[in-house]
Design a protein around this ligand. Structure first.
Ligand code: SAM
Length: 186
């Protein structure tokens, strides 16, 4: 099931979590252990289904209609136990119902990571964790990219500094995936 969705993503250039990123996320889910997840950035539902397959309940937000529709089809097909709640919304402005979560997985617009973190951290359970993906951003170097990407790289660096200096959270960065962070309340 996941292989099929992964192949679709590859064929249609849909960005999804890479294999070792998912492996890392799966280990985190099993070690803590995680039951309730909030995901920012569904795309076509690949990571949400992967987390559900580990027993998690997942609320996942997607702002792009095309992605949301594809995710809806995938979840109707594969989320047999209704573990995933798909929400069509921009996570920056969403004010609908939420629970509290053991894991918040941020995998959406990279320039907005700090805003996502600040907006959703009140929904984290006391021992919960926040994981962010793509902090290495394909190892792009500022000297080789256009102005827009340069700005994005700067924002990612600012976000990493924000995490490191956060008074309430202790953050570890790992190389797995496209560079991930794992933050837990001190
Ligand atoms: C990297 S993809 C998510 C991949 C997915 N987590 C996976 O691994 O299968 C990022 C997704 O976040 C969505 N996104 C970006 N900004 C968002 C926002 N502010 N609110 C909700 N979704 C957003 C994009 O439309 C895109 O589909």
């Amino acid at each position: 099931m996941l292989e099929e969705i992964k192949q679709y993503a590859k064929d249609h250039q849909v960005p999804i979590i890479c294999d070792d990123g998912l492996l890392f996320l799966s280990k985190v889910i099993q070690e803590y252990p995680i039951k309730q997840v909030l995901e920012i950035g569904t795309a076509i539902g690949y990571s949400a289904l992967a987390m559900a397959s580990l027993g998690c309940k997942v609320d996942t937000l997607e702002r792009k209609l095309e992605m949301y529709e594809l995710a809806k089809i995938n979840l109707e097909t594969y989320d047999k136990n209704n573990q995933i709640k798909l929400i069509y919304a921009d996570a920056l402005t969403y004010h609908g119902e939420l629970k509290t979560y053991d894991l918040i997985f941020i995998d959406a617009a990279k320039a907005q990571y700090q805003r996502f973190f600040e907006k959703y951290m009140p929904y984290l359970n006391p021992k919960g964790i926040i994981v962010c993906d793509n902090l290495r951003f394909h190892d792009l170097k500022p000297e080789n990219v256009n102005r827009h990407t340069k700005q994005l790289l700067r924002k990612i660096e600012t976000f990493k500094a924000f995490l490191l200096n956060h008074p309430e959270f202790k953050t570890t960065f790992v190389e797995q995936g496209d560079g991930m962070s794992i933050s837990q309340r001190k």
